[in-house]
Ligand binder design. Structure first.
Ligand code: A3P
Length: 301
């Protein structure tokens, strides 16, 4: 996914939502759906699967740092979206598709996706590829997603916060229902090699969670390498790093004057956005959708 020239004539405009096999997606993905679904996985491919804004970039950087044994210079070789491509990206904002980028990677390939387990190309499931899922509590997730829609010029218009929150509750936003997404992957972990990591847990104890990821990837880090992974994946460090903060993308794609990509990186920021009434409405609906599952999210630390 190479960034385009920063030009007003780049053909970039906000897409509408189109439903593909039951999932609402930005319309630009449709043109590439067959290529996505028929991509050939390799047994040592690793997927990083997240609902958008759950901490994808954070996990991408952690995984790349682990794979490079904590060598930060190697991790600065390219922006994160080139080092670990986004499988389903296909947009006028970028010169190559995610599928094309994945095909050019050397093994072991690390690949980002926002697709639910059932819609991940079947080759990855058949090859039993490892998957790292990062999940984030719904309230912080929706707040982050709202601000991302405001600044990302290749996502559909978000409307007002009130409208966006209701669309999130109804699953009528890009990549669909947060609730179905997390329940789907939580269930899938019973039969597939999946490491399920919570954003809040990384925030609470990055070292502990990084060691889990390294172990899952079959990597051993000495103390110096581990310290480097912990340090270089801190929010404060990633926010200043052009290879992780998306500042290499032009403003016609990510307008960071509206909202920074590395915005706050906190647990509990939802309290600054939800009204009391919105919170009550959200909690009631949440209990109906998630009440039967044993998945537990933390909204504050
Ligand atoms: P906020 O908008 O709440 O700040 P994604 O990579 O899935 O798009 O998720 C982006 C969210 O993860 C943003 O949340 C971003 O600030 C946060 N994030 C990115 N890197 C982080 C880090 N190192 N530590 C904590 N949060 C991070």
């Amino acid at each position: 996914m190479q960034a385009p020239e920063d030009s007003a004539n780049s053909g970039i405009c906000r897409p509408v939502l189109e439903v593909v096999e039951g999932i609402p997606l930005p319309s630009w993905i449709l043109t590439n759906w067959t290529e996505i679904q028929t991509i050939q996985a390799k047994p040592d491919d690793v997927l990083i699967a997240t609902y958008p804004k759950a901490g994808t970039t954070w996990m991408q950087e952690i995984v790349d740092l682990i794979m490079m044994n904590g060598d930060v210079q190697k991790c600065r070789r390219a922006p994160i979206f080139e080092r670990i491509p986004f499988l389903e990206i296909c947009s006028p904002a970028f010169q190559s598709t995610g599928v094309d980028q994945v095909k050019k990677l050397q093994s072991p390939r690390i690949i980002k996706t926002h697709l639910p387990f059932q819609k991940v190309p079947k080759s990855f499931r058949e090859q039993n590829c490892k998957v790292i899922v990062v999940a984030r509590n719904a309230k912080d997730n929706v707040v982050s997603y709202f601000h991302f829609h405001r600044m990302n010029q290749v996502m559909p218009e978000p409307g007002t916060w009130e409208e966006f929150l209701q669309m999130f509750i109804e699953g009528q936003i890009s990549w669909g229902s947060w609730y179905d997404y997390n329940l789907d992957w939580w269930e899938a972990r019973k039969k597939h090699p999946i490491l399920f990591i919570f954003y809040e847990d990384i925030k609470e104890n990055p070292r502990r969670e990084i060691l889990k990821v390294a172990d899952f990837l079959g990597k051993t880090l000495d103390e110096k390498a581990l310290e480097s992974v912990v340090h270089n994946s801190l929010f404060s460090v990633m926010k200043e790093n052009p290879m992780t903060n998306y500042t290499t993308l032009p403003y016609t794609v990510f307008n960071q004057d509206i909202s920074k990509f590395m915005r706050k990186g906190e647990v509990g920021d939802w309290k600054n956005q939800f009204t009391v009434a919105q919170n009550e409405h959200f909690d009631k609906d949440y209990a109906e959708k998630m009440g039967k599952s044993d998945i537990v999210f933390r909204e504050v630390l």
